[in-house]
Design a protein. Structure first.
Lengths: 242, 485
């Protein structure tokens, strides 16, 4: 017991400063891109592995896996920045250039109901598990989402929101629907990661190509996977945490 | 391995050079060579050659550091190898499910990725059946577990997978494109660096590209960081499962430190978008190298401290010891790989047995084998962590000068087959590409380490208390998506 106390002292207090200070991100982190549509080349469009760049030269962050290939072949049209506030309340707001998603406010009903206590049931439906892993990180002491009243729960009956990751594989569709139906209403849906938003790399596989075609989505969190800071910032905005 | 073709790891050959054996001889050789645990089977799959179907077997002989391959014609069915060589059981189930090729005499020819179906049951009044999943309690991937118990004791556990199936192998077919690497990388998201390294080795073999030593070293650093991060997370989770919270919470944070080091190198915490055919995209410049070394030197002692605390705690040891044991004999007969295999005494580690890339020159120290229980699996991972950390540090200091990326034409050699075997953190990852006459990807195979190991978890649970399932499960921590693809 004494050893454990000493260990606690030695390991120290390690919870990050976010949200009172910006999160510490590596210099090569690819956040929200800056896009100049008229300068986006065909080469950039064709090199995109997930067809995220439209004819008009805009990027759908809901598809983008942030591989950076487009910026490499077309640095004058696309440049990735450190902007981590990527979450949006509508799919349209994920288009760049477009509105700044962090300017919009979330569902007022949700804010009223869940401002101080927000319970999330996560369902992993296809995908590669990276989204789950980086979401789990929020539960560690480095991010400690408990301090914001956010808690991950096991039973859908206790949940306010459903966080879906993965493109919704055909084999998971039923389980996902059952989970959603078991939640008390009103309930909210968060699509986490490119797969859940648009099918990501697996849109043409044995999947539904994202959760949108199955459930109404209240928040979209882009990334492949979303960095923990991206996810946390989005969640805090969703519940209008202050 | 008479009449099999001897291959080099990460090499490509013309499909026509693969020897074709009569089925009886093929079968006999496979049974004999895998039977005594001498060779292990890495892949067993159908191959189309001039509109005829062949079975292709890829074997490793770890002692002789060699890889063997041969074909044999099959129609719609063949005589199952499983009754004599159980190591083929999962492959044969896959063959039947995916291609309709039936292994006659297989004792349980049930689909492995259908995510449903009939389960093995036990009869009797006192029997109780426990069903768990596909949606689990925590934030993890979906899968279904069926326990046949009497009271607390588990007699049989059947693991039903396939919920994560999204058609990765199929999506990989066609022309090599900017999507190929991301698909390989996300077959199992926590194994991206190893998967990308293996996949690039395939493309490089099929295009005759030689990469620089520096690029190989950076790849190896990413693979080892991936190993350390995952082992750290799992040891923390094991501590959490026996309610030893100090180590659980310290490791949760420390795992993130290693992921951040990976992100320091390539911007992505899972090491994605960095390893590309021809080399790597991002350099570790001197200043970055210094920063990484300083970071490592700060975090490594913290990790050691957190883990030693757990391994010094009698209450933890009591829960780990003699729990979920898999004997060496069982491990061999079902073909366990990676740390789980090594924990049971299967001395197989591709970084030594079939080294490729930077591992040809040096590799982390080998961990001692164990007795096959949860404690052994935890200990093996503990040793591997520090061996890898030492390797990372050494490699960072000794980074060779050289090009980051040699131009790699992605026009692949036609009518060929390329093999790569990589020691990912869970064990042997086998990737295969077969090209058609145009040099397009005709077929792609990924055999994730979890493909071999899921049945090991089922075996670990036999005669075990059902309440020990979580720690048994964590000690393996297998991939659902890597298996399901
Ligand atoms: S960074 Fe996004 S938009 Fe650019 S090529 Fe990659 S996936 Fe496409």
């Amino acid at each position: 017991m004494l050893k454990a106390f000493m260990a606690r002292l030695r390991q120290g207090y390690r919870t990050g400063k976010f949200p009172s200070a910006p999160p510490v991100l590596p210099d090569r982190f690819a956040g929200r891109p800056e896009v100049f549509p008229e300068k986006v080349s065909d080469e950039a469009r064709n090199t995109c592995p997930v067809a995220a760049i439209s004819e008009s030269g805009r990027i759908d962050l809901g598809r983008c896996i942030f591989c950076g290939k487009c910026a490499k072949v077309c640095p004058e049209g696309i440049r990735f920045t450190e902007e981590y506030r990527l979450g949006a309340f509508s799919h349209e707001a994920l288009t760049v250039p477009g509105v700044d998603p962090w300017q919009e406010s979330s569902n007022p009903e949700l804010r009223k109901l869940c401002g101080k206590s927000f319970k999330i049931r996560q369902v992993s439906a296809g995908g590669c598990a990276a989204c789950e892993l980086d979401f789990n990180v929020l539960n560690t002491l480095a991010w400690d989402i408990g301090r914001f009243g956010i808690q991950v729960v096991a039973s859908p009956r206790h949940a306010d929101a459903l966080l879906v990751t993965g493109p919704v594989s055909d084999n998971m569709r039923l389980a996902l629907e059952k989970t959603y139906n078991a939640m008390p209403k009103p309930s909210f849906v968060i699509a986490g990661g490119a797969c859940a938003i648009s099918g990501g790399l697996y849109g043409e596989g044995t999947t539904a190509g994202g959760v949108e075609s199955i459930l109404p989505v209240d928040m979209y969190v882009p990334g492949c996977p979303p960095h923990p800071a991206v996810m946390l910032e989005a969640l805090l905005r969703l519940i209008a945490y202050r | 391995m008479k009449n099999f073709l001897k291959l080099k790891n990460c090499s490509a050959v013309k499909v026509e050079t693969l020897p074709v054996l009569p089925f009886a001889e093929f079968r006999q050789t496979l049974i004999e060579s895998t039977g005594k645990g001498k060779c292990r089977v890495s892949a067993f799959f159908p191959l189309q050659k001039s509109s005829e179907t062949f079975l292709c077997a890829l074997l490793i002989d770890p002692e002789e550091h060699s890889l063997y391959c041969a074909l044999s014609p099959v129609g719609n069915s063949f005589l199952s190898l499983t009754p004599e060589a159980p190591v083929f059981h999962w492959f044969e189930r896959e063959l039947f499910e995916k291609y309709g090729i039936k292994a006659e005499g297989h004792p349980w020819l049930k689909p492995i990725r259908k995510a449903d179906g009939e389960y093995f049951t036990m009869a009797g009044d006192a029997v109780n059946e426990v069903a768990v999943g596909p949606v689990h309690a925590g934030v993890i991937e979906p899968g279904h577990f069926r326990f046949q118990c009497m009271g607390e004791k588990v007699y049989s556990l059947e693991i039903s997978l396939g919920y994560q199936s999204r058609g990765v192998e199929k999506l990989l077919e066609g022309k090599y494109s900017s999507r190929t690497l991301p698909l390989f990388e996300s077959a199992a998201g926590d194994t991206a660096a190893a998967a990308a390294t293996g996949a690039c080795a395939l493309i490089e073999a099929l295009s005759g590209t030689v990469i620089s030593e520096r690029a190989q070293q950076i790849r190896a650093i990413l693979i080892e960081l991936e190993r350390v991060a995952n082992h750290t997370g799992d040891l923390g989770a094991l501590a959490g499962d026996v309610a030893y919270l100090p180590t659980a919470s310290f490791c949760g944070r420390i795992r993130g430190e290693y992921l951040n080091m990976t992100a320091e190198i390539c911007g992505n915490r899972f090491g994605r978008n960095c390893i590309i055919p021809g080399g790597v995209r991002y350099d570790i410049e001197p200043a970055r190298c210094e920063k990484l070394l300083a970071h490592l030197r700060r975090v490594n002692p913290e990790l050691k401290h957190a883990l030693d605390l757990m391994f010094d705690s009698p209450t933890v040891l009591d829960r780990f010891e003699n729990t979920g044991s898999v004997s060496l004999e069982t491990a061999r007969s079902i073909g366990l790989v990676g740390p789980a295999g090594r924990a049971s005494g299967v001395k197989l580690d591709l970084r030594y047995d079939l080294p490729s890339g930077a591992y040809k020159n040096s590799a982390p120290k080998q961990a001692p084998c164990g007795a096959g229980d949860v404690l052994s699996r935890a200990k093996v991972r503990y040793h591997e962590i520090f061996a890898s950390l030492e390797f990372i540090e050494k490699t960072l200091i000794d980074l060779a000068q050289g090009e980051l990326c040699t131009p790699c034409i992605t026009a692949l050699q036609p009518d060929s087959i390329a093999f790569s075997l990589t020691e990912a953190w869970r064990g042997e990852l086998c990737q295969i590409i077969v090209t058609d006459t145009q040099g397009n990807i005709d077929q792609c195979r990924i055999v994730d380490p979890s493909f071999h190991n899921w049945f090991g978890l089922a075996m670990a649970l036999r005669n075990e208390e059902i309440s020990n399932f979580p720690i048994c499960n964590k000690s393996f921590n297998l991939s659902y998506c890597g298996h399901d693809l």
